[in-house]
Design a protein around this ligand. Sequence first.
Ligand SMILES: Cc1cc2nc3c(=O)[nH]c(=O)nc-3n(C[C@H](O)[C@H](O)[C@H](O)COP(=O)(O)OP(=O)(O)OC[C@H]3O[C@@H](n4cnc5c(N)ncnc54)[C@H](O)[C@@H]3O)c2cc1C
Ligand code: SF4
Length: 328
Amino acid sequence: MRPFDYQRAEGMDHAGQLVAAENATAIAGGTNLLDLMKLQVETPQTLVDVNRVGHAEIEDRDNGGLWIGALATNTDTAVHPRVRADYPVLARAILAGATQQLRNRATTGGNLCQRTRCYYFTNIDQPCNKRDPGSGCGAIDGIARLHAVLGTSDQCIATYPGDMAVALSALDATVHIASADGKARTVPVRDFHRLPGDTPWKDNVLEPGELITGVSLPAPVEGTQIYRKVRERSSYAFALCSIAAIVEMDGDTITRADLAFGGLAHKPWYDPEVSEVLVGQKPDAALFDTAADVLLRDARGYGENDFKIPLARRTLAAALAEATGAEL
Ligand SMILES: Cc1cc2nc3c(=O)[nH]c(=O)nc-3n(C[C@H](O)[C@H](O)[C@H](O)COP(=O)(O)OP(=O)(O)OC[C@H]3O[C@@H](n4cnc5c(N)ncnc54)[C@H](O)[C@@H]3O)c2cc1C
Ligand code: SF4
């Protein structure tokens, strides 16, 4: 690890000013950032500790929704009574990630901003356009088992590794952002993470000096909430494919299908056309197959990760069967 300065921010405005300095980076739980610093993938000159800026609260909102502060830990969020009662897909997604010890440290803001687990990104001896723009992409013709099959570019095929953001995407949450000049803005979580395009080093829409202050959830909706995560072992592993599903039925007809997918793209994947083919229909295996055709219409494998395409099809069908009670 290289030497760095450490500054403790006393409030969000102060944090924004400190983070706006050249080569300064916020640190919250540190569970992702410190690993990357030890590997010299991240080499900030100044670490801005945001743990004392407040924003650790989880509170009811006047519209019936819920506010989750940027510094709320993943554990506090997953066990919060309102999250468990009204947004169980979020609790399940968080509990499917990492370990209890990590979740005790990991925060809302840090979880949303965690970086890809691409092996070439974390090995500074390998080419990687995300870590070192213009150096190439080792994964495209290399070891690509964990990599994306949707929304890739010829610059980068990395996946976003998180679980929480997949559930937040299905729930249509909003990310609240503060900037160094004291201004605030909001971004739907579905638009927060970016596809790689020709700027793969930009993981999300945060500008320099901007920090997440929290996430707001809309008022809860009716229906069954499921988080299904397929991984190489039953715990302590990132998703090969995951789905957050909120499905409501009226009799034997699907009236709501809010679906988001993890492990398939550079961002949690939300495609409104998948919902459109499901809503108003009676659930059966043929309908689930049609929904998978829509989801995967532009999917592309890179050899080692070809399996993710049929895996996504089966994961979608299994989640929808569980939510609707249909036979597969
Ligand atoms: C072994 C292991 C297994 C894991 N398994 C999973 C898993 O299965 N699923 C999963 O989802 N995650 C998993 N994780 C990742 C873990 O969830 C993240 O490391 C954690 O959520 C990051 O939160 P943090 O507060 O520690 O972030 P930090 O490490 O402090 O920061 C991460 C990034 O977020 C930025 N950041 C922090 N706070 C803010 C803010 N308020 N505004 C803007 N930027 C901010 C930092 O600058 C940094 O770039 C795993 C981690 C490890 C080490
Ligand atoms: S997939 Fe993206 S993160 Fe991985 S080596 Fe290629 S450019 Fe880097």
